[in-house]
Design a protein around this ligand. Structure first.
Ligand code: HEM
Length: 519
């Protein structure tokens, strides 16, 4: 059949019409879509630096709290070129956990983690995915399980004995330093075993080797807490090189890497001598456990066949486990000395717990019944959470929160400290008042959104049991063995409560107190 000229024109007109209608419809849809995509509120920002100028570098936490007070509990800031969502409300944190936990389970790829944690192959800074899942499983089942934590009871007891003996010889105790070396020694002995090895000073934690390792780890902590230009201005690594930050990271990494190579080599030698260790018997430290898993992975294939991943997990245990526990001990002692009523009540509880035989140390088996001690620590974690902004997260896909669109790869900060001192949730929020938890079932292990010092969801801290027993045992014995007072006629109000900066928040000025032995 022939098509007439008229029919042809009509056909092309129809096509044109369809094209025009589709074009208009698509445009409307695109506009609607754009109109629907709403950014969370946030302050005005400058080109290039974004909102960085709004952060007081000495008090970033306080700056974030005041920005949230001004702009709302869900704000979008730009740190350099990095969009960063700040969550400062219990209800929004709960919405995220219950509806979008997976979306918020990423971690940003930060320079220090890339360099010091073997290309972010540990747990805390590993991007969400199979590697992280496998590493976390090992942490939960093998390294930080209740059984493993119990197996280090002797280590903790011996270190507490040493701590108490050291303080008996001091006229003034620097509790910031003492609690850090106590936590360091417990973590080192749990991770590496009882001896450091002769290449590292005299091979003992209390000696030169211990001091050297302590300094090395402090530098690692400080690099993690430091400001790295490339994390806010990708492509500008050269500035970090120029200002020496890269050099510091390289040096710290080389020293740490050599140290762990040596530790692994020595453990391997011992394991070869004692074949039974490979089957998992007599595992005395975490290096043994990791080496067993590494050997099995090399033989049969699987996770941890790469020795760098073993080293990354070991560095992680140190950086995640020592500072946080010692900061909790120091802040709790600070609050107690400022609150003599609470201090006295707690000492009475400890006295009763010893069943009349008070001239001895409190044992781990007695911690369970110390209700008031638990309330005191909970209150300290509420007022001074050691990791107040948690570890930064990153969205792995786009999602909608409170009607706002949050794109994939947005960095996310949860302001746990703002929530745990929110006057809408807590009565007298800035007062140290442990009795607030009496009969109030507030869990702090990531199930309750009023208080989550250990984070929540898939990425919450797997070291809670490991940390809590260290903190409880140290505090119970510090308070049971000594009466504490403030030196040089200072008053409680004179104690400087300023916070140092870093991922873990320490007391800026060391806590120095007079310790009078009770027995
Ligand atoms: C008082 C002591 C501690 C506090 C306050 C604390 C706090 C935290 C916080 C806030 C996070 C981030 C959670 C999140 O993103 O939701 C975290 C993660 C982590 N913590 Fe702890 N922590 C403590 C002790 C420990 C200890 C003793 C260890 C191990 C020895 C440990 C190992 C880890 C690891 C591996 C992660 C990363 C989890 C992941 O990304 O999957 N922490 N911790």
């Amino acid at each position: 059949m022939d098509i007439t000229m008229e029919q042809q024109v009509f056909f092309y007109l129809q096509l044109l019409l369809i094209f025009l209608i589709s074009f208009v419809l698509l445009n409307i849809l695109a506009k609607n879509n754009k109109a629907q995509k709403k950014d969370p509120p946030g302050p005005w920002r400058l080109p290039i630096v974004g909102n960085l100028f709004l952060l007081n570098p000495n008090k970033p936490l306080r700056s974030l709290i005041s920005l949230s007070n001004k702009h709302g509990p869900l704000i979008l800031l730009h740190f350099g070129s990095i969009p960063t969502l700040v969550v400062s409300s219990r209800d929004i944190a709960k919405e995220i956990f219950t509806k979008h936990d997976l979306t918020f389970s990423g971690r940003p790829f930060l320079t220090a983690a890339k360099k010091l944690l073997y290309n972010s192959s540990s747990i805390s800074f590993a991007p969400y995915g199979d590697h992280w899942r496998q590493a976390r499983k090992i942490a939960m089942l093998e390294l930080l399980s209740s059984r493993r934590v119990r197996s280090f009871e002797v280590v903790r007891r011996e270190e507490v004995e040493k701590l108490v003996a050291t303080i008996r010889d001091l006229s003034i105790a620097n509790l910031s330093e003492l609690s850090l070396s106590f936590a360091n020694n417990v973590v080192c002995r749990a991770a590496l075993g009882d001896e450091l090895g002769d290449e590292f000073g005299d091979g003992r934690y209390g000696g030169k080797g211990g001091v050297w390792l302590h300094q090395l780890l402090s530098e690692t902590q400080s690099l993690f807490g430091g400001f790295c230009v490339a994390d806010f201005f990708p492509g500008m690594e050269w500035i970090d090189r120029l200002r020496g930050f890269h050099g510091r990271m390289e040096k710290n990494f080389e020293e740490m890497n050599t140290f762990f190579d040596r530790v692994l080599y020595e453990h391997d030698l011992k394991m070869r001598l004692k074949e039974e260790d490979i089957r998992g018997e007599e595992e005395k430290d975490l290096v043994h456990v990791l080496l067993r898993l590494h050997k099995a992975a090399v033989l049969h294939g699987g996770f941890l066949s790469n020795i760098d991943h073993v080293k990354a997990i070991l560095v992680e245990v140190f950086i995640a486990g020592t500072d946080t526990s010692s900061a909790t001990i120091t802040w709790t002692m600070t609050e107690l000395i400022r609150n003599p009523r609470v201090l006295k009540k707690l000492q009475e509880e400890l006295q009763q717990a010893t069943n009349g035989n008070s001239h001895r140390l409190i044992q781990e088996s007695e911690l369970e019944k110390l209700e008031y001690l638990k309330q005191v620590i909970k209150e300290s974690l509420r007022l001074k959470p050691p990791v107040p902004l948690l570890v930064p997260r990153e969205t792995i896909q786009e999602c909608e929160i409170q009607g706002y669109t949050i794109p994939a790869y947005t960095r996310v900060i949860f302001n746990a400290a703002a929530i745990s001192t929110d006057p809408n949730i807590w009565e007298k929020p800035l007062e140290f008042w442990p009795e607030r938890f009496e009969g109030r079932d507030v869990d702090f292990k990531g199930h309750d959104f009023d208080l989550f010092p250990f984070g929540f969801g898939r990425r919450k801290c797997p070291g809670i049991n490991f940390a809590m027993v260290i903190v409880e045992l140290a505090l119970a014995n510090l308070l049971h063995c000594f009466d504490w007072s403030i030196p040089n006629g200072m008053k409680a109000e004179d104690i400087n409560m300023e916070e140092a900066i870093g991922v873990t928040i320490h007391k800026k000025e060391a806590l120095c107190l007079v310790a009078k032995p009770k027995w």
